[in-house]
Design a protein around this ligand. Structure first.
Ligand SMILES: *Cc1c(COP(=O)(O)O)cnc(C)c1O
Length: 372
C-alpha cells in the first residue's frame, strides 16, 4: 500500500492519549483478523513478549496481559484482582488518576487508605513510611508514575523502595510514561505495572496492558470482583491458549499496536523516545515562557509527557484559544486541576520538535491578535 496516499489528519493532537499516530500504524488496521486464528494469536504472543522485554531486566520473572477497554479498565482489573479479601490498599495520590485508583477500590468495596498529597504536592516519603509502619493491615500500595493531571513525575523509585522494605506489593500506574520514560519493574520494585496502547507506545486506543511478576499474578486466582475484568482469568487464557483473549479482542487495534512497537524499536527504543519527548517538552516549555506563560510544576518534577500552563490573564478564554489553535492545526488540552485555571500541552505521540516550533508560532500569532 502507498502510505503517502492516505489523507493527513487535519490537526495534530498535543494531548496525552489518544495521541497523534503515524500513518503506518493506522494503515495496519486495514486488515481484518479472526480472533482464534493462530496467525492472530501469534501477533498477540509477540506483543506480550516484547512488552515484558521493554519492562523488565529479567523478563522470565514477569508476564504481560492485554485487557480490552481504556487504561482505567486495566487499572480496575489489577485493583479488583490483586488485593485479597482481607487486604488493604494504600493509595498515594496527587491528581485525578491517583484519586481514581482510590475510587476504584472504594467502588469494589476494597479496604483502602488515601494519602492525598494535593494537586501540585510531591508525595512525602517520611509520611508514607509512617503510614506503612503503623497501619499493619496495608498489604498493597498504589501510585501513579507521571500524574497526567499536571505533568508531575512522581518519586516512584523511593516509594517502591519503601514498599519493598515494609513487605507491601507495589502497584504502579505508568499509563502515560511506559515506553516514553526509561525504567524497569525491578528498579521500582513494582509487582504490577499498568499502561495502555494509546500513550507512549503510540498505538490507537482500545486496550490496556499489565506487566506483572509471575508469582504475584498466580496469587490473583479466584480473587477478582468482576468477571470481565478478572486479570487472572485473562492472563490464564492468554497463557494456556497462546495469545487468545477471553471475549472479543480489538483485532485492528492489536495490529496497529504491533506496528507501533516496531516503530518504537526503529526509533531507537525507549531511551531515544524519551530524548524526543524531552526535546518536545523543552521547546514548548521554554517557548511558552518566552511568550509570557507560566508553568506550575517545578522543573525537577516536570515530566517530558505533558506540561500545565497557568492562564496568562484573568480574562483569558481557553475556549477561543483552543478553537483558534485547532484551525491552525493543533489540538491542546484543557486543565484538570481545581486550584488554578490551567491548560495543558502534551509532548507525546508522533510529534517532533519542529511541530512544537510551529505550535509556538501559531500561539504567538493567536496571542498578538487577542491582545491587540
Ligand atoms: C490516561 C491515563 C489513565 C487511563 O485513562 P483512560 O482514559 O481510562 O485511558 C490512567 N492513569 C494515567 C496516569 C493516565 O495518564
Amino acid at each position: 500500500m502507498d502510505i503517502s496516499k492516505l489523507p493527513d489528519n487535519p490537526y495534530i493532537l498535543l494531548t496525552p492519549g489518544p495521541l497523534s499516530c503515524s500513518k503506518t500504524v493506522k494503515a495496519k488496521m486495514l486488515t481484518d483478523h479472526c480472533t482464534w486464528d493462530a496467525e492472530y494469536n501469534n501477533i498477540v504472543e509477540d506483543i506480550r513478549t516484547r512488552l515484558v522485554k521493554i519492562a523488565a531486566e529479567k523478563p522470565e520473572d514477569y508476564t504481560a496481559t492485554l485487557m480490552q477497554g481504556s487504561g482505567t479498565f486495566s487499572v480496575e482489573s489489577v485493583i479488583g484482582s490483586a488485593i485479597p479479601s482481607d487486604g488493604k490498599l494504600l493509595v498515594i495520590a496527587n491528581g485525578a488518576y491517583g484519586q481514581r485508583i482510590a475510587q476504584i477500590a472504594s467502588c469494589l468495596k476494597i479496604s483502602n487508605l488515601l494519602l492525598d498529597c494535593g494537586e501540585t504536592g510531591v508525595p512525602d516519603m517520611t509520611e508514607i513510611e509512617q503510614i506503612l509502619k503503623t497501619d499493619k493491615a496495608i498489604s498493597h500500595m498504589a501510585m501513579v508514575h507521571c500524574e497526567t493531571t499536571t505533568g508531575i513525575l512522581n518519586p516512584v523509585e523511593e516509594a517502591g523502595k519503601l514498599a519493598a522494605t515494609y513487605g507491601k506489593i507495589f502497584i504502579l500506574d505508568a499509563m502515560s510514561s511506559f515506553g516514553g520514560i526509561p525504567f524497569t519493574m525491578e528498579q521500582y520494585n513494582a509487582s504490577f505495572m499498568i499502561s495502555s496502547a494509546n500513550k507512549c507506545i503510540q498505538g490507537v486506543p482500545g486496550f490496556g496492558f499489565i506487566i506483572a511478576k509471575r508469582n504475584e499474578m498466580e496469587k490473583c486466582k479466584g480473587q477478582a470482583r468482576s468477571l470481565s475484568l478478572d486479570l487472572y482469568g485473562q492472563w490464564n487464557e492468554m497463557e494456556k491458549n497462546h495469545g487468545k483473549w477471553r471475549y472479543t479482542s480489538p483485532t485492528h487495534v492489536v495490529r496497529a499496536f504491533t506496528q507501533a512497537l516496531v516503530e518504537l524499536e526503529t526509533e531507537g527504543g525507549v531511551q531515544a523516545r524519551f530524548q524526543r519527548y524531552s526535546k518536545n517538552q523543552k521547546v514548548v516549555s521554554d517557548g511558552m515562557q518566552n511568550l509570557g506563560f507560566k508553568t506550575i510544576i517545578p522543573e525537577e518534577y516536570q515530566s517530558p509527557i505533558i506540561t500545565s500552563f497557568l492562564y496568562p490573564e484573568a480574562e483569558f478564554s481557553f475556549e477561543s484559544f483552543y478553537k483558534k489553535l485547532k484551525t491552525e492545526g493543533f489540538v491542546i488540552y484543557p486543565g484538570k486541576i481545581s486550584a488554578a485555571p490551567t491548560f495543558r500541552i502534551g509532548s507525546i505521540g508522533h510529534v517532533f520538535p519542529e511541530d512544537m516550533e510551529r505550535l509556538l508560532k501559531a500561539i504567538e500569532k493567536t496571542r498578538s491578535k487577542a491582545l491587540a
